[in-house]
Ligand binder design. Structure first.
Ligand code: UD1
Ligand code: CA
Length: 454
């Protein structure tokens, strides 16, 4: 057995057209849990600290290049899609000088875990040092997958593509996920020998197994669950992979001490961070960038994105937290309240029907029902600062830029356009006029008029 601690290079195939998605967006860039599937795969592979990562692009390559460029990941162009073996061969220049283990992944098989990738690499360094390690699985319907022809101990003879398979071979239930681990020293030499004399007229990556075998070098298959290697070729399959990702994430959340009353109705993003004893009621949707501290409760039908929710905070039902919402410990954001780029101080309450944007609300402030921070004049955005311990009466409009000092009270229905001093009362509405008996006199007059006309 040689050392399993060789450098690792990752080749991700993403040159296919993805025609069945019927999309202007490249298939591998369709999001799962709010992140392009290709980036899920790159993140998972990243756990193996690869020395190099190369994405093989072709159709729609500009989009893929733009998506991976910020990560400093190389791309290799496959100008014509002549098959998976041909695709891998295009990574040769990018791997020039690399010596170690190569992991071949498919951009449209996004949920493969780092643990499985690690198992493949470890198997490559097993006692029998196989030339190729293939990740196999047993789908409920083997359909048109390539079949893995192996013995019971997982020693592989070859992989036969469905189109080329005999009836007996098609009856094999062990299928090729497409993922492979191969030493760099073997990979390119084997690829050089590929032909395309087969039913598809393509250079099949899978043929390297048979080629290694004809040199007397054994290969091995290891198995994983069908969910993990589910591929995305259509919107339906995209939804299926999303569902599988969500199911896994919900289970993780509950195992980590989060209460989900109706788990199937809660949708997480790829980066949702949840504390302990958080409770999430039914039908809550998380966009990217959310962090929820211990003991917070998110009530039903809330939509939360780019937000930080402090310990013990209480959100919703029907709350909308947009990017930059930062809720302090024990604060409360109630029904039909929208918060954007705003800090809600510890223990502060915005209980009903409000818009709080570009604002800072001090600790323990009480923001009455229907309060609006008027943050936009059609051209620029302005900030509203509301001090600690303030009381903002219902249906107030705070026209930014404006500051309400600590402990101040704003009377209900006020339209506040000037700063309010600490501990002051701001009352911005016409004085009330009282006319005793006026309504009764009016009623009598009108009824009399109506009777005269009847
Ligand atoms: C491939 C495997 C098959 C396996 C199946 C699993 C081969 C010959 N067959 O078949 O054994 O069961 O995947 O899904 O490898 N690609 C390129 N350039 C090409 C061709 C493909 O980059 O010239 C990329 C595609 O974008 C995709 C991946 O390779 O990400 C797989 O290609 P696809 O055509 O779907 O392979 P299958 O015929 O399904
Ligand atoms: Ca496929």
């Amino acid at each position: 057995m040689d050392s399993p601690d060789q450098p690792i290079a990752v080749i991700i195939l993403a040159a296919g057209k993805g025609t069945r998605m019927k999309s202007d967006l490249h298939k591998v860039l369709h999001p799962i849990a709010g992140r392009p599937m290709l980036l899920h795969l790159i993140a998972n592979a990243g756990a193996l600290a690869p020395a190099r990562t190369v994405v093989v692009t072709g159709a729609g390559r500009a989009q893929v290049e733009a998506a991976v460029a910020p990560l400093g990941i190389a791309t290799a162009l496959q100008a014509e899609q002549l098959g998976t073996g041909h695709a891998v061969a295009q990574a040769r220049a990018a791997l020039d000088g690399f010596e170690g283990d190569v992991l071949v992944l498919y951009g449209d098989v996004p949920l493969v875990t780092a643990a499985t990738m690690r198992r493949m690499i470890d198997r490559l360094h097993g006692d029998d040092t196989p030339a190729v390690v293939v990740l196999g699985f047993r789908p409920a319907d083997p359909g048109a997958y390539g079949r893995v022809i192996a013995d019971a101990a997982g020693r592989m003879d070859r992989i036969v593509e469905y189109k080329d398979a005999s009836a007996a071979e098609r009856a094999v239930t062990l299928c090729n996920s497409g993922l492979m681990a191969v030493r760099s020293s073997d990979l390119f030499a084997l690829l050089d020998r590929l032909g395309n004399d087969n039913a598809a007229g393509e250079y099949y990556l899978t043929d390297i197994v048979g080629l290694a075998g004809s040199d007397g070098q054994a290969s091995a298959v290891i198995e994983t669950g069908a969910d993990e290697v589910a591929g995305v070729n259509s919107r339906g399959e995209l939804a299926g992979v999303e569902a599988a990702w969500q199911a896994t994430r919900r289970a993780q959340a509950m195992a980590a001490g989060v209460t989900l009353i109706a788990p199937d109705t809660v949708w997480f993003a790829h980066d949702t961070i949840l504390g302990r004893d958080v409770t999430i009621e039914p039908n809550v949707v998380f966009g990217p960038g959310v962090r929820v501290a211990d003991g917070a409760v998110i009530h039903a039908f809330s939509h939360v994105e780019g937000a930080t929710i402090g310990a013990g905070a209480d959100v919703g039902p029907f709350a909308r937290l947009r990017p930059g919402a930062d809720l302090g410990a024990g604060s409360r954001v109630g029904n039909f309240v929208e918060v954007k780029k705003a800090t809600i101080g510890a223990g502060a309450k915005v209980n009903h029907l409000s818009y709080i944007g570009d604002a800072e609300i001090g600790a323990r402030a009480n923001i009455g029902a229907g309060t609006i921070t008027c943050n936009y004049d059609g051209y620029f955005k302005y900030r509203t600062v509301i001090g600690a311990g303030t009381f903002i009466g219902s249906n107030s409009a705070l026209v930014a830029p404006v500051t309400i000092g600590d402990g101040a009270i704003v009377a209900a229905g006020s339209v506040v356009t000037q700063d309010v001093a600490a501990d002051a009362l701001a009352l911005v509405r016409p004085p009330q006029v009282a006319r005793p008996g006026w309504a009764a006199r009016f009623r009598e007059k009108m009824l009399a008029m109506k009777a005269a006309r009847a």
